[in-house]
Write a protein that binds this ligand. Structure first.
Ligand code: IPE
Ligand code: IPE
Ligand code: MG
Length: 250
């Protein structure tokens, strides 16, 4: 089965998909492997899902790869995750250029180790003019940190006179988030069955549809991806209106 074609044939394919890629550790533990083996396998699944997304014409794919809170994991795991991130970006850059993929990143990127910063900055600048899939990585990302940073940024603009309090509205807030140039996700997928946001895009997910799958991220396949997108295609997004209004019946 060609799941790219299956996805393309669905009604309402989301243009922005955000994924909490969870379950690498449990996948490894089930097999008596070190957690890092799960992360390695997880990064291979990232390549696969990026390919399917691009081929299916998804416009933006935001992947939660490392949270602010993940810094508190054992140093050996954090170091391995940083190395994997550097390896992923280095390995994928030629492919991103071939496939017209634009890489962006959100989060407190200054907290990343310098070698990752260098690779990341190079990947972002090299792919900046690509016009295909926008792969947006949430790295050292925490939504409360993002909202805090937005408060600081807005306060500075008020104190230097470039913004008036009367001008603050939802658009100003959106424009001061790390996601300022990126529309809100249509669909949020979380793997591994956990039904929480874990500090991910609290503001941006206000009207996003959620699909939670029990599948662990290293077991996520194009077929499972297709199934979550199929589930989304049956949803009715009402944005506070009635079903009749949405269907244009009244
Ligand atoms: C997700 O998998 C990857 C990161 C958070 C970096 P986990 O490492 O959280 O896997 P589990 O939840 O322990 O199974
Ligand atoms: C969320 O997963 C962060 C990422 C997937 C990068 P966690 O595994 O860190 O979330 P909690 O701790 O279970 O809420
Ligand atoms: Mg987890």
């Amino acid at each position: 089965m060609n799941y790219v074609e299956e996805i393309k044939s669905l009604d309402n394919v989301p243009s922005h998909i955000a994924i909490i890629m969870d379950g690498n550790g449990r996948w490894a533990k089930e097999r008596n492997f070190n957690r890092v083996v799960g992360h390695k396998r997880g990064s291979d699944i990232v390549s696969l899902i990026v390919d399917v997304s691009r081929e299916a014409g998804i416009k933006i794919l935001t992947l939660y790869a490392f949270s602010e809170e993940n810094w508190n994991r054992p140093k050996i795991e954090v170091d391995a995750l940083m190395s994997l991130l550097g390896e992923y970006l280095t390995k994928e850059l030629p492919k991103m250029m071939k496939d017209n993929v634009k890489l962006t990143a959100i989060g407190r990127l200054h907290s990343l180790p310098q070698f990752v910063r260098d690779i990341l900055d190079n990947t972002v600048s090299t792919t900046a003019n690509n016009t295909g899939l926008n792969l947006n990585l949430a790295l050292s990302y925490g939504s409360r940190a993002e909202i805090t940073d937005a408060f600081i940024s807005i306060s500075k603009q008020i104190s230097d006179g470039s913004l008036s309090i009367d001008d603050i509205d939802e658009n100003v807030i959106s424009q001061n988030l790390y996601t300022k140039d990126i529309p809100d996700p249509d669909l949020m997928i979380r793997t591994s069955g956990e039904t929480r946001l874990s500090n991910f895009l609290l503001y941006q997910l206000a009207y996003t549809e959620f699909v939670i799958t029990d599948t662990l991220w290293p077991d996520f396949t194009p077929k499972k991806y297709y199934e979550t997108l199929k589930e989304y295609s049956f949803r009715e997004r009402r944005f506070g209106l009635t079903s009749e209004q949405i269907k244009g019946e009244i």
